[in-house]
Design a protein. Structure first.
Length: 633
């Protein structure tokens, strides 16, 4: 079984901020031109980097990008946004040859920008996810602006495409500002940066420009709050193995460029090539927050919504336009959405699911049998409301999504992660299969969702699957070679790296397993029911590692099936269960937050249209309604 991956041509990893943004910008452009991927979906962004550095784009690779777009393949909307950026940059530089410009024009006029274009797709194309919606709408806007009075192959003029795109982009930006990203804290932020920068740099509509800049500010704030020395080692709505077990997170290049911590990677060049060619600059206050380890930081925030709460936000599940939001959350078969999904699929010929009637019958059967729907969470792709906590110190970071879709089938949702550095990290999952392909797979995602909670430096995570999904065990990623010392005592596995300590408890016996390269990184527990506890510490907290090991290994842990009482040496008595509340020292801890942000720098209500971020004398104020954006130093 293969469960390891390698990254080649990565540059040096910075764990502390170095140089200025402008110097890092120069460094990245040089790195990308030399090492960036040259073809495929993302090759055009290496050409954007060349162009930004005043180097003529390589015609052969521009042609390959045009072929990707012409092929109608899935995800060619990434490529189209890169090509459009190149085209807009060329309006000032005039570096593209006339015949290349003509070929680009042909592809822009021919492209299918949304599912209401009656021309049938020749291959499957994903329009509906949160990032793809913005990619298509942004491409449509920029294309329409270039050729306002031309008729596209869709039958619409450029002006008609602008009108269509502006309506949908305004809604998308509104949702992102108020609700955050349903694909929370994921590598899709790289794509979100692409569309937001394209709108900010090139949209003619001032409303769109200012709001895109604000949403980009908040995306950078998300990264600042949830990164640890250049790794986005947080819970995530959509995770990939390449960001989990290689030590090279896909967002690390962005973190290095913007915050000065992280690592440039050859495959992850999209956001950086865009930022390096953009007039956007991350606010100083956010850059400072990202790398301030002088004080411990507790961040809580909510992302996305529950479909059942739609009416609270003035949304309807019977409205096609509002259903764009629910599809972006991948809630296609929620009982309140499934009939509208079926109607839209039949109307436009796009089918995220083809068996809607099976789910409608399932819900009807539940109502007949129980008088109500008792299980609405049948969609493994769904990215509904996530209540997140991230606790960061100078020695470690721990992050968790509370009580997330408990017991439901999973896809790429990554529930919790502990970090001491970019290699010394730990998480658990219920694997979907024994490969690194498909999702959920051996390491990324969960075949069935656990129930997890966090209090600062402690996570409790319970697995309780009784179905046929996934493999017949849960396990922890615990790479022994990444730690200076690993000890097992009683039901605990301990790790030390530098001044950071981690303790991982398993209710049932564990067994080490090596990957295909002989690296021992897999801590397996047979069966689909298990209680895992993670407690983190440091030399500052405990002094010696041996003191940490003795205290934690001698702590009281009582497990009764899927209920646990843990007396943490630092926190006190913690109680939690599959069907029980979370208690600390007898006090019930709420598992939901009403805040978009709740941390030392911002306390902002969920769906607020006004965000204020403060640190010392610096502040950033964003008013989405008025469009006012104010920085104070």
């Amino acid at each position: 079984m293969t469960n390891s991956q390698e990254i080649v041509k990565a540059d040096s990893y910075w764990t502390t901020p170095q140089s200025t943004y402008e110097q890092r910008r120069t460094d990245f452009l040089n790195y990308c031109i030399e090492n960036g991927v040259k073809d495929g979906l993302y090759g055009i962004f290496t050409q954007v980097a060349r162009f930004t550095n005043g180097i003529q784009p390589d015609e052969a690779y521009v042609q390959k990008a045009l072929e990707v777009i012409k092929s109608n393949r899935d995800c060619n909307d990434f490529t189209m946004n890169g090509l459009l950026r190149l085209k807009y940059l060329d309006k000032e530089k005039n570096m593209l040859p006339e015949d290349t410009n003509k070929k680009i024009e042909d592809r822009i006029l021919d492209f299918k920008y949304w599912w209401n274009d009656i021309r049938p797709d020749t291959t499957y194309r994903c329009y509906h996810t949160e990032n793809h919606q913005a990619l298509y709408h942004t491409a449509e806007l920029l294309a329409g602006q270039l050729y306002k009075d031309r008729k596209f192959k869709s039958g619409l003029t450029g002006r008609e495409h602008i009108e269509h795109a502006e309506l949908l982009l305004k809604r998308w930006l509104d949702f992102r500002f108020g609700f955050g990203f349903s694909e929370w804290l994921s590598s899709y932020y790289e794509v979100d940066i692409l569309v937001l920068a394209n709108i900010y740099d090139f949209a003619e509509d001032e409303y769109l420009r200012t709001r895109a800049r604000m949403v980009l500010d908040l995306l950078m704030f998300d990264l600042a709050l949830n990164n640890f020395h250049g790794t986005l080692g947080s819970t995530s709505g959509r995770i990939y193995v390449s960001s989990l077990i290689t030590g090279h997170h896909a967002m690390s290049p962005t973190l290095k460029l913007v915050f000065g911590e992280g690592q440039y990677l050859p495959e992850n060049i999209v956001s950086n090539s865009v930022l390096c060619s953009s007039s956007y600059r991350c606010p100083d206050i956010i850059e400072e927050i990202a790398t301030d380890y002088s004080v411990d930081m507790l961040n809580r925030q909510k992302m996305s919504i529950e479909v059942d709460d739609a009416s609270k936000y003035g949304l309807s599940t019977d409205n096609e336009l509002d259903t764009h939001l629910f599809w972006g959350m991948q809630e296609f078969i929620h009982p309140k959405v499934v009939r509208m999904s079926k109607e839209m699929s039949n109307k436009y010929g796009i089918y995220p699911y083809k068996n809607y009637d099976d789910y409608i019958r399932e819900y009807d059967t539940q109502i007949e049998r129980y008088g109500k729907i008792v299980n609405a969470r049948l969609d493994r792709f769904a990215l509904s409301e996530a209540n997140i906590e991230t606790y960061r110190t100078s020695h470690y970071m721990l992050s968790c999504s509370f009580d997330y879709r408990v017991g439901a089938p999973g896809y790429q949702q990554h529930i919790w992660q502990a970090n001491i550095d970019n290699h010394a990290l730990v998480f658990t999952n219920h694997p979907g299969n024994r490969t690194l392909r498909f999702n959920p797979n051996y390491w990324a995602g969960n075949a069935s969702m656990p129930r997890a909670v966090q209090h600062k430096n402690v996570v409790i995570c319970i697995y309780n699957s009784s179905g046929d999904e996934g493999l017949d065990f849960t396990h922890a990623y615990f790479p022994k070679q990444a730690f200076n010392e690993v000890i097992q005592k009683r039901n605990w596995t301990f790790g030390k790296k530098g001044t950071g300590y981690i303790a991982l408890y398993s209710q049932h016996p564990t067994e080490w397993q090596a990957d295909d390269k002989g690296n021992i990184n897999d801590l397996i527990v047979k069966g689909k029911q298990n209680v895992w506890i993670c407690e983190m510490g440091s030399q500052k907290d405990w002094g010696s590692f041996s003191g940490f090991v003795e205290a934690i290994s001698n702590s009281v842990v009582n497990c009764n099936d899927t209920e646990v009482t843990y007396i943490s040496p630092k926190t006190g008595t913690m109680k939690f269960g599959w069907d029980e509340p979370f208690e600390i020292e007898g006090k019930i801890i709420p598992l939901k937050t009403g805040y978009r942000y709740d941390n030392p720098y911002s306390k902002t209500k969920f769906d607020s249209k006004h965000v204020e971020i403060k640190k010392g004398k610096k502040s950033l104020t964003l008013n989405f309604i008025s469009g006012e954006r104010r920085e104070a130093f």
